[in-house]
Design a protein around this ligand. Structure first.
Ligand code: SF4
Ligand code: SF4
Length: 90
């Protein structure tokens, strides 16, 4: 994956319109069935080419909610990314 939204998500919608590639869906569209927002790993570009830091994590009011996940083969990866499971913005 690229970035992941954890179960601390409060469904506030602050992130969804910030994504430049429309990789985020709300709880109604979450393919896992969880009642939280979701990032499609095959769409997320970690904001490379758009922003210095993932825009979703900058917008998120919930501390540590958006975390780095594994790099997806063939997808852009931020130079400054941390390892999987680390909050993007602390
Ligand atoms: S890191 Fe950027 S591209 Fe990926 S979901 Fe967040 S806003 Fe979208
Ligand atoms: S901004 Fe954060 S808390 Fe709000 S919907 Fe997105 S991931 Fe969830």
């Amino acid at each position: 994956m690229a970035v992941i939204i954890t179960d601390t998500c409060i469904n506030c919608a602050a992130c969804i319109d910030e994504c430049p590639v429309e990789a985020i869906v709300d709880e109604d569209e979450n393919p896992t069935g969880e009642e939280i927002y979701y990032v499609y790993a095959d769409k997320c570009v970690e904001c490379v080419g758009y922003h210095d830091v993932p825009a979703c994590a900058e917008a998120c009011p919930t501390e540590g909610c958006i975390q780095w996940s594994d790099v997806v083969d063939g997808m852009p990866a931020s130079e400054n990314r941390q390892s999987a499971g680390t909050p993007v913005v602390e």
